[in-house]
Design a protein around this ligand. Structure first.
Ligand SMILES: Nc1nc2c(ncn2[C@@H]2O[C@H](COP(=O)(O)OP(=O)(O)OP(=O)(O)O)[C@@H](O)[C@H]2O)c(=O)[nH]1
Ligand SMILES: [Mg+2]
Length: 220
């Protein structure tokens, strides 16, 4: 019985996510769902990315947190941003995103970023209608998180390895990180990044531009 309930919830979510995907496809909006543990640097990465893309693409952000609008205020400086408070919920779901979309001018958008609630587990299981999942790991969390939380790395289209400026201080084992990632998802591209210093941001933006063009071409 319990399993049935969970099954129904994800089924409903999948149906709504598919509607979102179709709406975004029709409007030719490329959508990225950013997933990581709390504090890995999602908002800092988005601030730098939005600033970098400003003159090339029209971007917007939907950001999920248990409470507060702190992240939305940070990103609103760069792009229209909608904050969702989940009231204790550990992930965003498609219904929340669908409601947030009503507040955005979709005809004036090229790229939609969704910053999921900081959590490496639950957000992975909920489709939000995105084109790609972006998995983020910061070196301070440890290289073992690849092997311990494999699903996000399996489903992601790219990995951002953030806070590389701190790698020497936390004895981050790059060899093990890359070896484990190869086991989980051998084709996954990785960009090493220091969002605070700006390293890797232009590579990530180039990837977004290329990926967006590829996906839009596929949709024609
Ligand atoms: N040294 C260093 N610090 C960073 C880097 N990126 C982010 N930080 C710091 O890490 C902390 C958390 O960054 P956020 O961008 O708020 O992280 P987040 O993933 O959005 O956090 P939640 O939304 O709470 O899950 C802040 O103090 C940032 O300044 C980085 O590349 N290097
Ligand atoms: Mg954040």
């Amino acid at each position: 019985m319990r399993v049935d309930v969970v099954h129904n919830v994800t089924k409903l979510n999948d149906a709504m996510a598919q509607q979102i995907r179709e709406t975004l496809r029709e409007k030719r909006i490329f959508c990225l769902n950013l997933i990581s543990s709390p504090g890995s640097g999602k908002t800092t990465i988005l601030e730098r990315t939005l600033d970098h893309l400003r003159d090339e693409l029209r971007c917007a952000v939907i950001v999920g947190d248990l409470a507060t609008s702190i992240d939305a205020y940070r990103m609103a400086e760069y792009a229209p941003t909608i904050q969702i408070n989940t009231d204790g919920g550990c992930h965003l779901d498609a219904a929340m995103v669908s409601t947030a979309l009503e507040s955005l001018k979709l005809d004036e958008l090229d790229v939609l970023f969704i910053e999921n609630v900081g959590n490496l587990v639950c957000p992975v299981g909920f489709d939000l209608g995105q084109d790609v999942k972006v998995g983020i790991l910061s070196v301070t969390e440890g290289e073992d998180k690849v092997a311990k939380y494999p699903r996000i790395w399996r489903e992601a289209s790219i990995v951002l390895l953030n806070k590389i400026d701190l790698a020497p201080f936390v004895f981050f084992n790059r060899t093990k990180f890359y070896a484990d990632l190869e086991q989980v998802n051998a084709l996954l591209p990785v960009i090493e990044m220091s969002a605070t210093k700006g390293d890797g941001v232009s590579r990530f933006c180039d990837w977004i531009l290329r990926e967006r063009e590829d996906r839009l071409a596929i949709r024609r």
